[in-house]
Ligand binder design. Structure first.
Ligand code: ZN
Ligand code: ZN
Length: 275
């Protein structure tokens, strides 16, 4: 028996610069879609760099806490007005995808800001934004950067607010296949980090972007599957995310069920918030 995945804790709305021009990246559309596809928990995670922390890359302007707070208010009003029809029982969460701050070797989020969110996800793999360009080669430098970023994130002063590592080690917009970077890292190196991740109660995201459209055979061969298996072995919990920038990805979100089946995940392997 496989488990149906009814949660999605990685949804971008038009508040994220990369989804700004997507007319369907709205709370209303996502809700409508969730009803259609049987999703029960929606977690909104717009990009964020807390302006209380200096050094935001240019791309982050204006994506700070004040910029995303209107969504929190919108969710509150929607709940208060009973817009979330009872029969569908869709729960919504106000979260963010906070950035890794390489200069301070920490997460670009203060505790005060973190308190504002229902959940926080943090990537160690937005290397296209936060990594110095000269680290792209040799590949080892790029892999080492992500290892360092991962460690910094789990050791962060805000680590207790971190719900999950977003698309771990899947270098975004990498000019070569990110799998080559994953191949450079040994099981032992991963396990050392994943043991700590499990200890800290930080979940491991299974990001469905770039997965849903693939066949079962292709999914089995994806480089991140090795990471998921190692993370599971270390006792990490999991959380699924579509990384939607539009409502389209939810049409194929049922493919998450195959990944859960492949990894033999049970309800107890999911992060508490996602159960
Ligand atoms: Zn991301
Ligand atoms: Zn994202």
């Amino acid at each position: 028996m496989s488990m149906k995945i009814e949660h999605d804790f990685h949804i971008h709305t038009g508040l994220s610069s990369c989804a700004m021009d997507k007319e369907n990246a709205t709370l209303e559309k996502y809700l409508e879609n969730a009803r259609e596809y049987g999703l029960k928990k929606l977690g909104f995670a717009d990009h964020l760099w807390d302006s209380a922390i200096e050094g935001a890359p240019r791309w982050y302007y204006p994506q700070n806490v004040d910029h995303v707070l209107p969504l929190k208010e919108k969710l509150r009003v929607a709940k208060a007005n009973g817009l979330l029809d009872e029969e569908n029982k869709i729960q919504m969460y106000f979260g963010c995808e906070a950035e890794y701050d390489y200069a301070h070797r920490d997460v670009a989020l203060t505790e005060a800001a973190a308190e504002q969110f229902d959940f926080v996800i943090v990537p160690n793999s937005h290397t296209h934004i936060v990594m110095p360009k000269e680290y792209y080669k040799p590949y080892q430098k790029h892999a080492d950067f992500m290892l360092q970023a991962y460690e910094d994130i789990i050791n962060s002063k805000v680590s207790r607010y971190i719900t999950a590592m977003a698309h771990p080690f899947q270098a975004v917009c990498c000019p070569y296949p990110y799998g080559e970077l994953i191949d450079l890292i040994t099981d032992d190196q991963f396990k050392r980090l994943f043991d700590r991740t499990a200890e800290k109660g930080i979940a491991f995201e299974i990001n469905m972007a770039g997965v849903s459209r693939r066949t079962d055979e292709e999914i089995e061969k994806l480089p991140q599957i090795r990471l998921f298996r190692l993370a599971k072995e270390c006792g990490c919990k999991f959380i699924f995310g579509s990384d939607s920038h539009d409502i389209q990805p939810h049409r194929l979100y049922h493919r998450a069920e195959f990944v859960a089946h492949l990894l033999e995940l049970k309800e107890s392997d999911l992060a508490e918030i996602a159960r």
